[in-house]
Design a protein around this ligand. Structure first.
Ligand code: SF4
Length: 351
């Protein structure tokens, strides 16, 4: 059980639902584009959003962005503690730093003091790529994975420092681009601290590889009860990160949001272009919040029966398309009208 930490109006940790995050791909200084992307992310279900702050212009833009959005805003800072101070001043609800690259003790203390005044949480993010060789924090128990052990020792050194200054609104993250190190590090860290964990597989890759890596890595951690907030990191439009995060949470029955599309692999009985249809149905239902099972099946002989648990489904028939609910055919329509009729039926149950 982790401690509760408030990020603006969202609580993470302490048994709260796992919170889904993403990160803007726009230039933060471009307030109009950034706000528009955050609104799209929010519609997709993103609950906390992070923006990179590479320079002072971006830090100053945060205040304008903050006023125009509803979900908590996280500022991602590297190296320059003045950017952290400006971000907190601009109303960031959380900042993400690696204290190891912020500089002197005094600079880190200045950031802690500003965060306390500004009621801003801090994520201490340790990356496997930027570790000092020997941390002062000595681990009693180790994972057996040398890199994971070094990451946790480095993290705990920072956590101890922050807590010794009376600052406890801490979220932790331990990012490595390989899954086994990431899992070993988070599992070990959970033995040393009750700070809520932001989990993610960093630089996971493009859609195919990234979704596989994230599903395995985050899936294992979540299944073991580790992870209070998550970001799926993909080289894709960030909305896809959000959809993927919910699919992972739904598959593990941790949180339900959005549709689960069941589609058949097609065979010699197929009477319709299932691949095209499944993709169209996926596009149409992207922002449906209600957890629904939707089937896309190739034939009317086996389709409705095989997908009888689906709340709604479409299948190909001889020269027609059919729509079924819980395995029972409710409509037979010309194939070219199938999607339009499906949308009408979907509206009746999607709310
Ligand atoms: Fe083949 Fe029909 Fe099963 Fe699809 S639903 S795999 S088309 S039998």
């Amino acid at each position: 059980m982790t401690r509760k930490v408030k990020i603006g109006n969202v609580t993470i940790g302490g048994g709260s639902p796992v919170v889904v995050q993403s990160m803007c791909s726009t230039k933060t200084r471009d307030v109009v584009r950034t706000v528009a992307q955050i609104k799209r992310l929010q519609d997709a279900g993103c609950e906390i959003v992070r923006c990179g702050v590479p320079d002072m212009e971006s830090a100053r833009a945060l205040a304008k962005i903050r006023k125009k959005i509803e979900i908590p805003l996280v500022a991602d800072i590297h190296y320059d503690y003045k950017l952290a101070l400006a971000a907190i001043d601009g109303g960031a609800d959380k900042i993400r730093i690696n204290p190891g690259n912020i500089g002197s003790v005094e600079k880190v203390e200045a950031v802690i003091a500003a965060a306390r005044r500004g009621k801003c949480a801090i994520r201490i993010g340790v990356n496997s790529g930027s570790l000092k060789e020997n941390a002062d924090f000595k681990l009693g128990e180790k994972s057996g994975n040398g890199r994971a052990d070094r990451m946790v020792a480095s993290l705990m050194e920072h956590v101890s420092f922050f807590e010794s200054r009376g600052f406890r609104d801490i979220v932790i993250s331990l990012k490595a681009s390989d899954i086994l190190t990431t899992i070993a590090a988070y599992k070990l860290a959970a033995k040393y601290t009750d700070c809520p964990a932001h989990i993610g597989i960093t630089e996971a890759g493009t859609a195919l590889g990234g979704i596989i890596k994230s599903s395995i890595g985050l899936g294992i951690l979540l299944h073991e009860g580790i992870g209070d907030t998550m970001r799926v990191s993909l080289t894709e439009d960030p909305e896809k990160e959000v959809y993927t995060a919910y699919r992972i949470l739904s598959a593990l029955e941790i949180r339900k949001r959005g549709v689960d599309i069941i589609s058949c692999p097609t065979c010699a009985r197929t009477e319709i272009d299932v691949i095209k249809l499944a993709h169209r149905v996926e596009e149409l239902t992207m922002n449906v919040e209600k957890p629904l099972k939707i089937a896309v099946m190739g034939c009317s002989v086996n389709g409705p029966g095989e997908a009888s648990e689906a709340d709604i489904g479409v299948a190909g028939g001889r020269g027609i398309g059919i729509i079924f609910r819980k395995g029972v055919i409710v409509k037979r329509v010309p194939k070219k009208e199938l999607l339009k009729e499906f949308e009408k039926e979907l509206k009746k149950i999607a709310g």
